[in-house]
Design a protein around this ligand. Sequence first.
Ligand SMILES: *[C@@H]1O[C@H](CO)[C@@H](O)[C@H](O)[C@H]1NC(C)=O
Ligand SMILES: *[C@@H]1O[C@H](CO)[C@@H](O)[C@H](O)[C@H]1NC(C)=O
Ligand SMILES: *[C@@H]1O[C@H](CO)[C@@H](O)[C@H](O)[C@H]1NC(C)=O
Ligand SMILES: *[C@@H]1O[C@H](CO)[C@@H](O)[C@H](O)[C@H]1NC(C)=O
Ligand SMILES: *[C@@H]1O[C@H](CO)[C@@H](O)[C@H](O)[C@H]1NC(C)=O
Length: 472
Amino acid sequence: MVMEDHLKLCTQSKRKCFSTKFISIFVSSLFLVIILFQIQYSSPFEFSLSARSQRWGFLSQENYSGVIKTMTEELKTSVTFLPLVDLRFRETATTGHTWFMSSLNDTLEENETKHLYFPSKASKGRLLCFKGRNTRDGTKNSYALAWRGSLPESAILLEGLTFVSDTYYNHENLWHGICAMTPLVRWSMKNECLKPTRWVLFHWGELRLRMGSWLQQLMQASFGEVKVEGFDRGDVPYCFEKAIVMRHDLGQITRENKLKVSDLLRCKARSYCGLNPAGKGREMNERGFPIIRLTLLMRRGSRSFKNATAVTDIFAKECARVEGCILHIVQSEDLSFCDQVKVLTNTDIVASPHGAQLTNMLFMDRESSVMEFFPKGWLENAGVGQYAHHWMADQSGMKHQGAWWDPIGKDCPSPQDHLQCFIFHKDGMVGHNETYFAEWARRVIDQVRLSKVGKPSEDQAKQQHDSKACAC
Ligand SMILES: *[C@@H]1O[C@H](CO)[C@@H](O)[C@H](O)[C@H]1NC(C)=O
Ligand SMILES: *[C@@H]1O[C@H](CO)[C@@H](O)[C@H](O)[C@H]1NC(C)=O
Ligand SMILES: *[C@@H]1O[C@H](CO)[C@@H](O)[C@H](O)[C@H]1NC(C)=O
Ligand SMILES: *[C@@H]1O[C@H](CO)[C@@H](O)[C@H](O)[C@H]1NC(C)=O
Ligand SMILES: *[C@@H]1O[C@H](CO)[C@@H](O)[C@H](O)[C@H]1NC(C)=O
């Protein structure tokens, strides 16, 4: 290439062509090709430096180690940090273009989530580095790519595999947290169940130092101790020996793969909490009737029932009509992580107001049932948010048995202000309709009862499936 360029130059400016200078450049280029060949040969990734060869050609004539030293210094200083979030793409942060590490394209795999892995062919063998630990402004944190042999000045190399998660929502809420983590769990399943040495968490590129306790325990159950990186060893760049970056939440994982993730999380959580990973299996009472466990999962404060006693009475009455039906009333806030796993492992039907506590449906055996209640106004104001637990049921293999929207309640004081109305209704409470609740409960309990007197072969297949779920 060098030679071609010179030949081109020559034909343009005729005379000086075959001067001794050119010959010396040609000879030194040959030497350099040999050096570059050696560099390439020793690296597992392909990258080409030939474009720079001309200048170093002069240097290399005398002292090759000098060339390499210069080259390394140049590479070190050429590492460029860019803001973690790119405000140009703010509007499309949740769709289309991502604003997090916007200069880098995702790697696509059929049926899997888009991701970025470092070092890889896509990163041309470079590692990922972060700088900054701002928790309020994602543009104040930055990222860069660098080769391991030429990391930026005073960079700290963090060994092992790092899981990096940026979410538009948060890592505290059960539902949003699980959406952010599902791609990482899936990626691990696909890659020999690799476990992270540490986690790096961002929300809009702002550093987060912890995940919610529920999520943390679920991740601990799946991967062992969860170490969230705080970059607290000085204001220097931190580079990762290996890093996987997820920035799309659930992304494009197929339902089948989401189900596999749910099976694994359920199984891991049950083991972690000392329960049988395969679940409760089929239970019979002493008279040979299948046991049906119905749980009312209560909340306090916003979206609690206006009259919990009345709701309990309705469900108790319907449950009592069916032999083998057992009703449990539990207050979600009072339960530890493992208590939640235990209660839901032993539930066939969970009835609960809309809220993060319903994410616990994950821990029921597959094909269990969910009944959901909304306060007045939610239907008009929550947008797609109202489907969160339909999606959760879909991805965890549960049956969403419908939702009830309270028609009664105060009207929003400023009906024109959509956000105000959403907040107003979000904190509303849930009433009840005795006729409706009773009919609905009867129908669901009956359906579950029928499925429980189903064929024993199906039951066996299910148990085999459950025992295989802890794939990792
Ligand atoms: C080659 O370069 C290195 C680094 O610049 C220097 O330490 C060394 O003395 C040089 N060797 C020769 C033979 O010039
Ligand atoms: C990312 O993809 C876009 C569209 O396919 C392409 O134009 C761009 O060059 C790619 N960027 C990098 C860094 O590969
Ligand atoms: C992707 O999913 C579709 C539908 O489930 C399936 O037919 C296809 O084989 C899957 N492809 C891969 C590579 O797993
Ligand atoms: C709640 O419902 C119960 C049972 O229907 C009823 O006796 C009670 O008066 C109700 N409480 C309130 C505060 O409305
Ligand atoms: C309660 O539910 C029943 C049955 O769906 C319905 O006919 C009735 O109108 C409802 N009552 C109120 C006050 O919404």
